[in-house]
Design a binder for this molecule. Structure first.
Ligand code: TRH
Length: 375
């Protein structure tokens, strides 16, 4: 059992919502397990809608120089664990303050570099490796690479205690009623994406055929996904109907949801389109068929990452095929037709993956035992 530790998490928001989304989840998870967290972030805007209620024992502090160490009570509550999220470097004055602490009382923080999520093989090789700090006031200290991942030899995935309970108590008809929609036989699909080239093709397919003949209600996430869908409708109004002039597709544009509200959306749907990192993990926990739009990198390194993820899933051919189309760069790609049979295969695949992953330690549990061993 860990005693109550003081964690300092440093987060730089690059773009989109994943960096802060993951850091917030980690901070809140640690706090609900009894720890204290200072979350230093250069742009906390998104927390206003992701987590408007905040969380006891998490202090969100602006990461702007000079760092407000005094106001953050650093001297009273020195850092036990320092987390640099996604390869960012913690503020130098923070490291200097940790080094001063060490000269005063001999204690130094466990220093963790929390990496991006990947199913690639290097993750198991590099997880929990130390790297010696070469210069500055903390020269000679160890920094540890900590990799989230999908196997027992990695740091695992964020999964807060109580998630499965919340999910099993979820009432989909009540959730739909709260959206002003009566429970019906429509297939429910959520869409959280960037601007996939196959989006017009998918919307056309859904409007003309639904999902293999069943009408579809598409819940479109606020922001880039909703702009992308509206742009297709502006361009291709006439294509989005079937031959009898009717559309099989109804669309609900969503406001920005809290992270808990976003989970509920994923639980309520029969098929979830997700992107980036955090929504992918949440869709895995939802255990429903999913399609992932991976964050694209200039050198196309994301394609290996995508292939490794599909291997980890043991994805059937139809799911791989759909992912290839959904992640192809450029515009105007067809979206492969999704049949009922495919959806059933995807459901089996995602249900099995959820079960496997649920048996592994979650990221917070792994971090806590790692810290206990390395203090
Ligand atoms: O926003 P993203 O595309 O973030 C990405 C990835 O993390 C990527 O790896 C990183 O390099 C890049 O940012 C900079 O997708 P992601 O990771 O799913 O994060 C979205 C977060 O937003 C997630 O925590 C869920 C949350 N969210 C809500 O809470 N409510 C909402 O309504 C929506 C749409 C999202």
């Amino acid at each position: 059992m860990n005693h109550r530790l003081q964690w300092d998490i440093f987060c730089k928001v690059i773009d989109n919502y994943g960096d802060i989304g993951v850091c917030w989840r980690l901070a809140a998870d640690l706090a609900t397990r009894g720890h204290r967290v200072r979350l230093w972030v250069d742009d906390a805007c998104a927390l206003q809608w992701m987590a408007p209620g905040g969380c006891d024992n998490v202090r969100v502090i602006a990461w702007t120089p000079p760092l407000a160490l005094q106001a953050a009570d650093f001297a009273l509550q020195p850092c036990d664990v320092l987390v640099e999220a996604f390869g960012c470097d913690a503020a130098p004055e923070f490291i200097a303050a940790c080094a001063d602490q060490q000269s005063a009382n001999g204690l130094k923080p466990v220093w963790i570099n929390l990496e991006y999520l990947s199913a690639e093989a290097y993750v198991e090789r590099c997880h929990a490796l130390p790297s010696r700090v070469q210069r500055g006031p903390a020269a000679g200290w160890e920094k540890w690479f900590f990799y989230p991942g999908f196997t027992a030899a990695t740091g695992g995935l964020l999964r807060e205690p109580g998630l499965a309970d919340r999910q099993s108590r979820f009432d989909a008809p009540a959730w739909l009623a709260a959206q002003g929609i009566t429970f019906s036989r429509e297939k429910r699909v959520s869409l959280f994406c960037y601007e996939p080239g196959a989006l017009p093709g998918l919307l056309k397919q859904l409007a003309q055929h639904g999902l293999d003949g069943e009408a579809v209600r598409l819940f479109v996430a606020a922001g880039r996904a909703s702009h992308a869908v509206k742009a297709v409708f502006n361009d291709e109004k006439c294509l989005l109907r079937n031959t009898s002039g009717r559309s099989q597709l109804s669309i609900s544009y969503l406001p920005l949801l809290t992270q808990n509200g976003f989970d509920q959306l994923l639980w309520a749907c029969d098929l979830n389109f997700v992107r980036g990192e955090d929504s992918l993990v949440r869709a895995l926990w939802a255990g429903k068929p999913l399609v992932w739009q991976i964050y694209p990198q200039d050198d196309a390194a994301h394609l290996d990452k995508l292939a490794a993820f599909l291997d980890m899933l043991e994805a059937p051919a139809s799911l791989r095929h759909f992912h290839q189309a959904w992640n192809r760069a450029g515009t105007g790609h067809e979206a492969p037709l999704v049949l009922q049979r495919d959806l059933q295969d995807w459901q089996t695949c995602l249900g099995n993956a959820r079960e496997r992953l649920m048996r592994q330690n979650d990221l917070c549990t792994s971090l806590l035992s790692f810290v206990a061993k390395n203090r």
